[in-house]
Design a protein. Sequence first.
Length: 207
Amino acid sequence: MSETPAVYTASRSSANRQHAILMAALACFNERGIEGAAIGEIGRRAGASVGSMYHHFGSKEGIALALLAEGLHSSTRLLEEKLATAQSAREGVTACVIAILEWVRDNPEWARFIYTVTSTRLWQGDHPELHAVNARNAELMATYFGPYLACGELRALPTQCLPSLVLGPAHDYARRWLNGQVEGDIEAHAEVFAEAAWRVVSNVDQT
């Protein structure tokens, strides 16, 4: 059954309010860190009351978790789109590298937040949504590259190692780009990273 106009308007209003809170929190967290960001400042920027923020997210950490999960969902959706167009093991590796660099280019503040919190306690504990999006990311790569591992085109590697081997250098470069340590288009050297990743995981004679 479709929503009545009143219910639809209320749902859209609630979604818009949550998005405004998340975007305000993203700015505050990147400026001051999660601990240093004041819930009142987030609310002021979002045009939301403290009560509304607690209603939607439960706590400041809840806002941070929702922000992290949404960013990861967004990057995973792009990875899925890129892999859907790849038609070989090598194209898949290139698609993965381009996906991360493109996503960071288009979402620099979100990427900066994600890279900052990956070593914090947000990753600890039982957070089902984070586990789900991480599992989805791993599933995408395992599903795509599984047949190439099975036929021997890729080295006999544990599938859980693939993300680090394929994307590790690109993630490092993205962090340096965000920090201003490298200049220019973040995708300018995408083929360099894709080629390096391919040489690491490929079982094809490259001499």
